[in-house]
Write a protein of this length. Structure first.
Length: 418
């Protein structure tokens, strides 16, 4: 397989989720499959379509179209209220899956990512890996994706736009003169409306014109960005796939579909415990902490999905603390019906070394060791209990144990954090 990879260059995929918001809504409600669907932040007549699935596009409906006009074009149009928490959670799950293919994964937005597979040759050829990703994302998450394969970011991004939905396109540097150069200059990734207008005033109308433009004129009119875009027009893009950029998207989590749908509290909290352990392990492996926790509940009968979140007192990766707040959110928002899926995710991700926090009931073990200058933890605990009282300072394990007892006895604890 290694013979299919360049000796010195890179192989970079750009994975683009097709009609993402609408696709998530359909994945969340399978009864929408094959029907015209749009998503809007305002579902009233004067609202606007912010996502349009491919069935609706066949009626001439496009993004930013007013809903009243869209419904004139398609009277059977289904309009869904946007659910951004759900979109972020699904995005996080897809990104985590992509990271299992190659650790060099960089989210580019909520619905697209770059993946450097240069060192993943043991998994197959670039085309085989792309086909695997397309198939598995569709099977696992019910989201269609298009994939571009090339030697750099800008070319893989442009390739992924060429065949939608569910297309896979290979774009080599030798293809640039025949495939890329004839396109209007505004179709070059990174060349916005204002920039392309300035270029047209310079006599630059196609990507080929830009690729052969005079450097001095470009830099005089557009600054360094002009030279950058010229390089991109020639397929020169040295930007690496930056795995650390994932921190900007602030979500690490896990979901699980129950083998047997349940409305038993003890069963459901045991699922939350397993999820907390998984999320904690992922956070610890990445040496990051999260400042906001979110749970996802999907009901069995109507497939309704809710996501609820709250800010944590301090950023954490601790399993017990994650479980504590997950249980509080769950007990506050679960309606008692059969559950088919549960999820926990942490958002506002930051590196552990950059995290600052106050001493509280859950972080005190770590903080105490610092305050006591690494003396035995028992001595630190004793000191804190003497200062704050036996019942005020407890370990995360004590709190977790009490919560589990509360579930078994039917005691309904209140969330004092709100």
């Amino acid at each position: 397989m290694k013979s299919h990879y360049p000796k010195n260059g890179r192989v970079i995929l750009h994975i683009d989720c097709n009609a993402y918001f609408a696709s998530v809504e359909i994945a969340n409600d399978p009864s929408l499959e094959g029907k015209p669907v749009v998503v809007s932040g305002n579902t009233k007549r004067n609202g606007m379509a912010i996502a349009v699935n491919y069935v609706a596009r066949e009626y001439g409906i496009s993004t930013t179209m007013p809903l009243w006009e869209a419904k004139q074009k398609c009277p059977t149009l289904i309009v869904k209220q946007s659910q951004f928490d759900l979109y972020r959670e699904t995005s996080s799950q897809i990104f985590q899956y992509l990271s299992s293919i190659s650790p060099l994964m960089e989210p580019a937005s909520i619905d697209e990512a770059y993946l450097d597979i240069t060192d993943a040759w043991e998994l197959g050829t670039p085309m085989e890996i792309a086909e695997r990703i397309r198939t598995e994302v569709l099977e696992r998450f019910k989201i269609p994706v298009s994939i571009g394969i090339s030697t750099c970011k800008v070319l893989s991004k442009m390739a992924s736009d060429m065949q939608k939905p569910l297309g896979i396109t290979v774009l080599r540097k030798r293809d640039i003169p025949s495939v890329i150069w004839p396109l209007p200059v505004n179709e070059l990734h990174g060349c916005g409306k204002k920039t392309s207008e300035k270029m047209k005033n310079m006599g630059i109308y196609t990507i080929k014109d830009l690729a052969k433009a005079d450097n001095y004129k470009l830099e005089t009119t557009l600054g360094k960005n002009g030279i950058l875009l010229k390089n991109w027009a020639n397929g020169i893009d040295e930007r690496p796939v930056d795995k650390d950029a994932a921190y900007d998207y602030k979500s690490i989590g896990n979901t699980t579909t129950l083998e047997k749908f349940s409305s038993e509290e003890i069963t459901l909290v045991e699922v939350l415990e397993k999820l907390s352990k998984s999320v904690s392990k992922r956070l610890s492996n990445k040496r990051v902490v999260g400042g906001t926790i979110q749970i996802t509940i999907r009901y069995a009968e109507d497939f309704k999905t809710i996501t609820r979140s709250r800010k944590l007192p301090n950023p954490t990766s601790d399993q017990n603390e994650i479980l504590h707040y997950a249980i509080l959110l769950f007990k506050k928002n679960w309606n008692g019906d059969l559950v088919r899926l549960l999820g926990i995710s942490l958002h506002q991700i930051e590196k552990q070394k950059d995290s600052t926090k106050q001493l509280d009931l859950f972080s005190f073990e770590e903080d105490a060791s610092k305050f006591e200058k690494k003396e035995p933890l028992t001595k630190a605990i004793a000191s804190l209990k003497e200062k704050f009282g036996d019942q005020t300072i407890r370990t995360g394990y004590d709190l977790l144990d009490n919560q589990r007892k509360d579930f078994k006895t039917g005691f309904n604890a209140t969330d004092s954090g709100n």
